[in-house]
Design a protein around this ligand. Structure first.
Ligand code: DC
Length: 222
């Protein structure tokens, strides 16, 4: 079993930025579990499967092959052997991922894949249910949050830096809707694990948050 650091929290709290940085500093592998749900979401969008149609989504889960590969420690997601990594970070795919991630069949398949990865290597894994469900024995668990206005602001900046249009009110509404769904679904909802350390990053820089996580890791590992 590898060593695991679990980072959970709502959309846009900075999980992936922090997880990537911590992984780099500790020479761990960064595992982005949201990308796996997004790949499944992309497949449903392409196949024009409605997210409300549970039977169709569950059939799709059986048909689809999702693989995670690492090139220079960067994660790529293969959907039926096609590298879809560059197609996953749109609002449309994110919303679809959130909508289909409520189904236990979808979760079972992807959780098994995540647990398999963590067995082999040291990981910093981010998502919604890592500390509560995927890696309940992870020695370091972080619950990273930030206010929805701050999260919307960061997301807007990210989109604008890529030359894309962004309406902050629309983005904040989308973030709130996604939180609501991720926190209130029946199957492993987003929740702070009992033994997780909560960090509110609303008024913190990336360096400072990463430093706290690394400090916690050093304390725990001794
Ligand atoms: O972290 P993200 O925005 O890439 O995740 C997209 C959606 O996938 C998220 O809204 C809910 C779902 N998800 C999940 O249910 N469990 C995870 N471990 C990761 C993501």
């Amino acid at each position: 079993m590898g060593y695991s650091i679990a980072i959970d929290g709502p959309a846009g709290a900075g999980k992936s930025t922090i997880a990537k940085k911590v992984a780099k500093e500790l020479a761990f592998i960064y595992v982005d579990t949201g990308a796996m749900y997004r790949a499944m979401g992309l497949y449903c969008l392409r196949e024009q499967i409605r997210p409300e149609d549970e039977a169709a989504v569950c059939r799709a889960v059986k048909d689809v092959d999702i693989q995670i590969v690492y090139r220079d420690k960067e994660q790529s997601v293969l959907l039926n052997k096609e590298d879809v990594t560059g197609l996953l970070r749109t609002e449309e795919v994110g919303s679809m991922a959130s909508a289909i991630s409520i189904y236990p069949d979808v979760r079972r398949k992807l959780v098994a894949l995540q647990q398999e990865l963590a067995k082999k290597v040291d990981v910093v894994m981010d998502g919604r249910d890592i500390g509560t469900c995927v890696l309940p024995d992870a020695p370091v668990k972080i619950y990273l949050t930030a206010g929805s206005a701050e999260r919307a602001k960061r997301r807007c900046q990210e989109l604008r830096s890529q030359g894309r249009e962004a309406d902050i009110r629309e983005i904040e509404a989308d973030i709130i809707a996604r939180d609501e769904r991720d926190m209130n679904r029946e199957a492993s909802p987003l929740r702070k694990a009992q033994d997780a350390v909560e960090i509110d990053s609303s008024h913190m820089g990336i360096e400072e948050v990463a430093e706290q996580v690394i400090q916690l890791y050093k304390e725990r590992r001794g």
